[in-house]
Design a protein around this ligand. Structure first.
Ligand code: ZN
Length: 192
């Protein structure tokens, strides 16, 4: 596993300079991730019902895409699949999938930090999130999971959980930051 700098993590994105080969892989991965304003990003995902091979291969594909895109989180809606499933990387050597996630506890204490999103490239916006969360759900085999998280992992799962409800970081930021982000995105929308 590569060495990473935790301070470089913004929401679900690692802001790092990559060598040319990794940068090429990152671009290929990003091309497979839905980009704002793709309609799928605004849609609410449906619960996972069948924990079958198809779900396992979706989770595996998302883990690889997340890694190649230099992210630490990726929701199924970002690959155009409207199922309640996301993957995330809470530590260097752990990559997890959570289906039907539910945040059952949130600390009252919050923190504002810049977030990035693999579906909104080149933009970061400040978002207020709970510092600690407890999340329950199932892994890709259907087994119950429960994670008590803090730091960047807590922020990341709140970002991913939002994706499954069609909510983006620009919907959670300040009006000024939202205006700035939309202004920066607009020229690209015209070109696509
Ligand atoms: Zn995102």
């Amino acid at each position: 596993m590569d060495e990473h700098d935790e301070d470089a993590i913004e929401g679900e994105v690692r802001d790092e300079v990559l060598d040319p080969e990794r940068e090429a892989r990152r671009r290929i991965a990003l091309a497979q991730i839905r980009q704002y304003p793709d309609a799928a990003l605004k849609m609410k995902a449906r619960p996972v019902e069948d924990f079958d091979d198809e779900l396992k291969s979706l989770a595996q594909r998302m883990k690889l895409l997340m890694h190649d895109a230099n992210g630490i989180g990726l929701a199924a809606t970002q690959v155009g699949v409207l199922r309640r499933l996301f993957v995330f990387q809470p530590s260097e050597d752990e990559v997890l999938a959570v289906a039907n996630p539910e945040i059952v506890e949130r600390s009252e204490e919050t923190d504002v930090a810049d977030e990035g999103c693999l579906s909104i490239q080149g933009i970061t916006v400040p978002v207020e999130r709970a510092l600690e969360v407890t999340i329950v759900g199932k892994d890709e085999t259907g087994a119950d999971v429960r994670y008590e998280l803090d730091g960047y992992a807590a922020r990341c799962v709140q970002h991913e959980n939002d994706h499954l409800d069609g909510v983006l970081m620009i919907d959670r930021t300040t009006p000024e930051a939202r205006r700035g982000a939309l202004g920066a995105l607009r020229p690209r929308i015209v070109l696509t």
